[in-house]
Ligand binder design. Structure first.
Ligand code: SIN
Length: 309
């Protein structure tokens, strides 16, 4: 099979994406800043920073710390709120020519539903909603992906509020992510994205203080890739909806590992910080890697892992 003939399109529920490479929320700003330098219209989709109902000032600095092979962050969902997003960011985002997935977080199921209602009114320019059920950096009941019944409850409220595809973004900081995935699907999730960051900590022993202003933070980057792969594989065995892989993806080998393990698409996160064009480069490299397996389409290799117990 020649690389030029490989079909890169994938389906996430009713969504047809030109390829499976997406930009992850929180790592590409509001995308149009990046679009000045990177041809984002070549990607499968983009997901701007989480939006909440009210503006949030975020956590005290320092908010990021580099670790041996990953990035620790505790931003605290800093954003200007849904009104500002709809008035100022959306008009620019909607001209980029790439499917837009809006990521939202609420303090309660009702807030998630209200956010979905607001976005449903602009459904003509939004491809899907990603529900951030899993930010590790905010206090006050925002992590809804730690108990199946909470996850299902949020999904049910949101499903009633919008006809848009719903992607439930899950945390790895649980005992059984498969059970949480099943609850999300039961509640009406179109797809699941996994994983959000792994809860971690960095310590300045000389000052006897945590390095992050908030104390704890979420670890991303290459360090978490094996955890993410394990979660994606477990989820794919437990649910029938598509799973979108996230976690330390920076090379075409990483992309292929997630696809073979079962991910229908992947999100590029931390890698964009040190190589803004990383995701587009991966789109260029994908046909060659798929052809190397003798396949004619990305869909043929999704979940083709031969796993022996
Ligand atoms: C943050 O804003 O603290 C990170 C967002 C997330 O991990 O969901």
């Amino acid at each position: 099979m020649t690389a030029s003939r490989v079909d890169l399109t994938v389906r996430v529920g009713p969504l047809r994406l030109q390829n499976p490479i997406l930009l992850a929320s929180g790592t590409c700003g509001y995308v149009y800043e990046l679009a000045a330098a990177v041809p984002v219209q070549r990607l499968g989709g983009v997901i701007p920073k989480t939006v909440t109902l009210q503006p949030r000032a975020g956590n005290p600095p320092p908010r990021t710390v580099e670790t041996a092979c990953g990035l620790l962050n505790s931003i605290g969902l800093d954003n200007d709120g849904i009104d500002h997003f709809l008035d100022h960011h959306l008009p620019r985002l909607s001209t980029l020519g790439v499917p837009l997935i809006v990521n939202v977080a609420g303090k309660a199921p009702e807030e998630f539903a209200r956010l979905c209602e607001r976005i449903d009114r602009v459904a003509d320019v939004v491809a899907a909603i990603e529900l951030n059920l899993s930010c590790p950096n905010v206090a006050g009941g925002i992590d809804f992906a730690v108990r199946p019944e909470l996850t299902e409850g949020v999904l049910r409220r949101c499903r009633a509020a919008t006809g848009l595809p719903l992607i439930a973004k899950l945390t790895p900081n649980v005992t059984d992510i498969a059970a949480i995935g099943q609850a999300a699907e039961q509640g009406g999730a179109t797809a699941i994205s996994a994983i959000n960051t792994v809860l971690g900590m960095a310590v300045d022993w000389r000052r006897r203080r945590p390095r992050l202003g908030a104390g704890l933070g979420g670890l991303s980057g290459p360090a978490i890739k094996p955890i993410a792969l394990r979660c994606v594989w477990q989820l794919c065995r437990a649910v029938s909806c598509p799973v979108i892989g996230i976690g330390g993806i920076q090379s075409i080998d990483d992309v292929m590992e997630f696809l073979v393990a079962g991910a229908t698409a992947v999100q590029i996160g931390t890698a964009t910080f040190y190589d803004p064009a990383c995701a587009v480069r991966l789109v260029d490299q994908l046909p060659g890697a798929v052809a190397e397996l003798g396949a004619t389409s990305v869909r043929d290799i999704v979940g083709s892992l031969r796993f022996r117990q």
